[in-house]
Ligand binder design. Structure first.
Ligand code: C2E
Ligand code: CA
Ligand code: CA
Length: 550
């Protein structure tokens, strides 16, 4: 609903009704001055009417119109009505005193009653409006109230910013402790907002755990967002029944500004929301300021998401296989399966572009499942059983952290009668950070089935030695970024070498990924590492080419 359009419409109605009152009152005055005799009559369409009756009728119509004006706008309408009815009362009163004729007295009484009604109606409407703009739980403005305030600022062409603010872990609190505790937390947060922003700031609860602040032009929105985040993230202690509960709230904020980011409220809110999404991705208790780049990245991500869905639907995905060789003698060790997406126009999109986007949604589960089924179906019956060759499939961090992953893997290898000793599953070091417990359980189960687990992109994360021992991964894949620096100096080579030694200490095979040149290969051969996967010995290839290497 556009509040400003509604307001303009209201003003037009008030002006029209006020003019009508003036015309009616003008006619009352004209009738009075032309017919001084109290018993005068006036003829309309051949019928005689007493002038007093016509005057009384018009007066009542004026009173009614003034009540309608008050209903249209409980503040300016009330004031205008008060002036109109007041003038008619005073004028008639003066006339009564001057002529000593008390015939208009009933009109005076009904006029006075109308003034009382105007005040009552105005009060009721003001109350109803206040309620319709107020959030019941926190006493702050609600979304309607916020949009009204924002519309007013835009209408007045006053520079301002909006802060969209979300409590990211509020849902967990609501789920764990119930809505009553959730409501108390919201009230505490609202108080902290009031203390930080000030009572006069336009603070609103938009819904759920989303708040918004309308920042006036003379306040730095970034500084205010920072203050809000730090004040809300302080510990909250609640006594609920006979238990003491303590929480740390996590939150994020997004900022957009008028007129730089948009000329209407929808755009401004969308921009603040986009900035909020970016802040949320950056981690807890951060804020971000909208810029045009965000919008285009968002559109690009949406387009990729759409393409992923289309590709899953129309089978535009396919797999390529990059060979891995033992450093010693360049014997084939196996292949890493890598996914590709082919657009309808034939352009191939690399997973580096679409996997991170898929990981933000549930699409990654479908991709993982597709890739797994595809690879196992392609290699089923192709690998000699007496060999130790491996086919390695990537599983996302989310996939590895979900409970049913292992059962799905087993279901697929059974479906194609694939020997699990030829299967390797790659998980990134980073996936261990997410839902560690389930991931560790899944790794152990996969190992029980004879499946090898490789820790990918190793050396970029923070996996401790103790953690590594607990994981019992069979393979460490040293990240390409470390191999890239292999020529830079002794320290870099020593670092890779020590990862290799540590891997061997834990009974892991060590793979170096992304070896591109002969020069790098020379250095690699001197290190304590087993396997090379890189362009120098083989790029990702089709199944037919891969099978020729067997
Ligand atoms: P990753 O698992 O670390 O895969 C290795 C990437 O390094 C591959 O890129 C591979 O083509 C590339 N690479 C290998 N050797 C060289 C080299 O010598 N030089 C250079 N410049 N690059 C080399 P790709 O295929 O683009 O895959 C990128 C990432 O996408 C993968 O990194 C992996 O994280 C993800 N990914 C690929 N396929 C899948 C999949 O089926 N499922 C999931 N969940 N993720 C996948
Ligand atoms: Ca990998
Ligand atoms: Ca890797």
């Amino acid at each position: 609903m556009d509040f400003m359009r509604q307001k303009r419409k209201g003003h037009l109605i008030i002006i029209a009704l006020t003019l009508l009152c003036i015309v009616m009152y003008g006619y009352v005055v004209v009738l009075g001055s032309r017919n001084r005799n109290p018993n005068a009559v006036i003829t309309y369409f051949g019928v005689d009417y007493p002038v007093n009756t016509i005057q009384g009728l018009l007066q009542q119509l004026i009173n009614m119109t003034c009540i309608i004006i008050t209903c249209v706008d409980c503040i300016s309408g009330r004031n205008i009505s008060f002036v109109i009815v007041g003038i008619t009362l005073v004028m008639t009163g003066v006339r009564m005193l001057a002529t000593g004729n008390i015939q208009p007295l009933p009109g005076e009484i009904s006029g006075s009653i109308t003034i009382v009604i105007i005040f009552l109606v105005a009060g009721l409407f003001r109350d109803a409006r206040r309620k319709s703009f107020t959030d019941y739980t926190t006493g702050l403005l609600n979304q309607r109230g916020f949009l009204y305030a924002l519309d007013t600022k835009i209408h007045e062409k006053k520079m301002c910013s909006i802060i969209y603010y979300q409590l990211s872990n509020f849902r967990a609190i609501n789920d764990d402790y119930g809505h009553e505790v959730g409501d108390i937390v919201l009230k505490v947060v609202a108080d902290r907002f009031r203390q930080t922003v000030g009572e006069n700031g336009n603070i609103s609860r938009i819904g759920g755990a989303v708040f918004a602040v309308l920042v006036p032009a003379n306040t730095d929105p970034e500084e205010l967002a920072e203050r809000i985040i730090s004040s809300v993230s302080k510990r909250i202690d609640i006594v609920f029944g006979d238990v003491n509960l303590g929480f740390y709230l996590e939150s994020n904020a997004g900022i957009s500004s008028f007129p730089a980011d948009g000329h209407d409220r929808n755009n401004l809110v969308r921009c603040a929301d986009v900035a909020l999404i970016y802040a949320t991705e950056a981690g807890a208790n951060t804020y971000d300021v909208f810029d045009e780049d965000m919008s285009s990245r968002m559109l690009h991500d949406k387009e990729i998401e759409r393409m992923i869905k289309e590709s899953l639907d129309k089978k535009y995905f396919y797999m390529v296989y990059q060979p891995q060789f033992h450093v010693d003698g360049k014997r084939l060790r196996g292949f890493e399966a890598l996914i590709r997406m082919k657009r309808h126009d034939g352009i191939v999109i690399s997973p580096g572009e679409f996997i991170p986007i898929a990981e933000k949604s549930n699409l990654i589960y479908s991709i993982d499942e597709f890739a797994f089924d595809y690879v196992i179906s392609e290699f089923a019956g192709k690998i000699p059983d007496d060999s130790n060759l491996k086919v390695s499939v990537n599983i996302s961090a989310n996939g590895m952290a979900s409970e049913d992953t292992v059962s799905k893997v087993i279901e697929i290898i059974n479906k194609y009668k694939f020997n699990p000793k030829h299967l390797e599953i790659e998980i990134t070091e980073y996936s261990l950070a997410e839902s560690q417990e389930q991931t560790i359980k899944n790794i152990a189960k996969l190992r029980e089935y004879g499946i090898t687990v490789a820790l990918d992109d190793f050396g970029t994360g923070y996996t401790s030695l103790a953690h590594l021992m607990k994981l019992s991964a069979g393979v460490l894949k040293v990240d390409k970024s470390l191999v890239d620096d292999i020529e830079k100096g002794e320290v870099n080579r020593d670092f890779i070498g020590s990862i290799g030694s540590m891997g061997h200490l834990l009974n892991c095979e060590v793979i170096l990924e992304g070896v591109e040149t002969e020069k790098q290969l020379e250095y690699v051969k001197e290190l304590d590492c087993d396997i090379v996967q890189g362009y120098v010995w083989g790029k990702p290839m089709s199944l037919e080419e891969a099978l020729k290497l067997l």
